[in-house]
Design a protein around this ligand. Structure first.
Ligand code: GLY
Ligand code: MN
Length: 353
């Protein structure tokens, strides 16, 4: 990962790179904590943090000079500027989408050329290594096991918040890092809220319950959605569910290396494009996932992405009907040369509880 980055810097005549996006710090250095930064140069790499994290950084990051920024400047940015100046570098790059206006103003108080970059490490991150695929696969297996447990708890009278909190507990008990997220767990008419958050609403007979959640394993994330019915589905609930499942199946079949994201999108709408439900679908049908939940490649009608071997991407078309409800099923998919592998494997069939 570091080699890839050093090659990029050499090819572009960049002498150093200040990395401030937390997921990129982790990707490059393997550091698992917070509030830390990297300065990569051709000769030496600096891990810039404060005394809360110096010991941890020493344990986790090899080949770095660990710098307590408080000994170098008043702020992280001024410390970075001071190091760059002391090394007599001609230039330094920075992640222009991950520095604040204040940090930027501090960084450029120097005669050293400052080069804004966007998305360099994110592009490396979009193609996963075997180790990353292993971590993602385990994260998905944990989410599948948590699903088996949570569906036993869904019953009339329980609140969305309690279900969400149990779901998070199950993920940790099944092996997740301690930062799982079970943030979308909604029921009844609220299931049309694409990103609704759990409320004090109690589950009622006949409700859809939509659970969109995931966990982390070694920092790598899963993201899956299942929608179930409490009791017996009405004919319209079943109709919408079956259309949604067909959208997902049609889209998943197209997810192979070399496919355009737009082709996957076109496949996803095939089942509904001539129905009254077309107006209720959402264009964003998936996203890359890794150390962060929403990464490139993003999937939708305006995407210019082409799927590559070892992308890991969610596929999540959905139908959302205001004041009635919504259905989303979401799986996480590993892209292969001649097909794909589902990393989440909970049933896609309608579950009536
Ligand atoms: N699973 C919902 C989202 O990715 O936004
Ligand atoms: Mn998602």
């Amino acid at each position: 990962m570091l080699n890839q980055l050093i090659n990029y810097l050499n090819e572009n005549n960049i002498e150093s790179f200040f990395i401030s996006r937390p997921q990129n710090v982790r990707y490059v250095s393997k550091y698992t904590g917070d509030d830390s930064y990297l300065l990569i140069t051709r000769n030496e790499n600096y891990f810039i943090t404060d005394p809360r994290y110096t010991e941890q950084a020493g344990q986790e990051c090899h080949g770095y000079t660990i710098v307590n920024w408080r000994e170098q400047g008043k702020t992280v940015a001024s410390a970075v500027k001071n190091i760059v100046e002391s090394l007599n570098l001609k230039n330094f790059a920075f992640e222009s989408d991950f520095v604040t206006h204040n940090v930027y103003n501090e960084l450029i108080k120097t005669n050293v050329e400052a080069i804004p970059l966007i998305g360099v490490i994110e592009k490396f991150r979009s193609v996963k290594t075997p180790e990353e695929i292993y971590n993602l696969r385990v994260a998905c297996q944990i989410a599948d096991r948590a699903f088996e447990r949570i569906i036993k708890d869904i019953r009339v009278g329980i609140t969305e918040k309690e279900l969400a909190s149990r779901l998070q507990h199950y993920m940790v008990m099944e092996g997740s890092d301690t930062k799982p997220y079970g943030n979308i767990l909604i029921s009844g008419k609220r299931t049309s809220l694409l990103h609704g958050i759990p409320s004090n609403k109690t589950v009622e007979y006949g409700d859809f319950v939509l659970m969109d959640y995931g966990c982390q394993f070694n920092g790598y994330m899963s993201d899956m959605t299942r929608t179930v019915v409490v009791g017996k589905a009405t004919p319209q609930q079943r109709e919408v569910y079956e259309l949604e499942k067909k959208m997902l199946e049609d889209a998943t079949k197209k997810m192979v290396a070399g496919a355009k994201a737009t082709e996957v999108y076109e496949a996803s709408i095939e089942a509904i494009k001539d129905t009254k439900y077309f107006e209720y679908h959402y264009n964003g049908i998936g996203h890359g996932i890794g150390l962060y939940v929403h990464e490139i490649p993003f999937m939708g009608p305006r995407s210019d992405e082409i799927l590559q071997v070892n992308n890991v991407i969610t596929i999540e078309p959905g139908i959302y009907i205001p004041n009635w409800g919504g259905v989303r099923i979401e799986d996480q998919v590993l892209i292969k040369e001649d097909g794909n592998e589902l990393l989440t494997n909970s049933t896609r069939e309608l579950i009536e509880l």
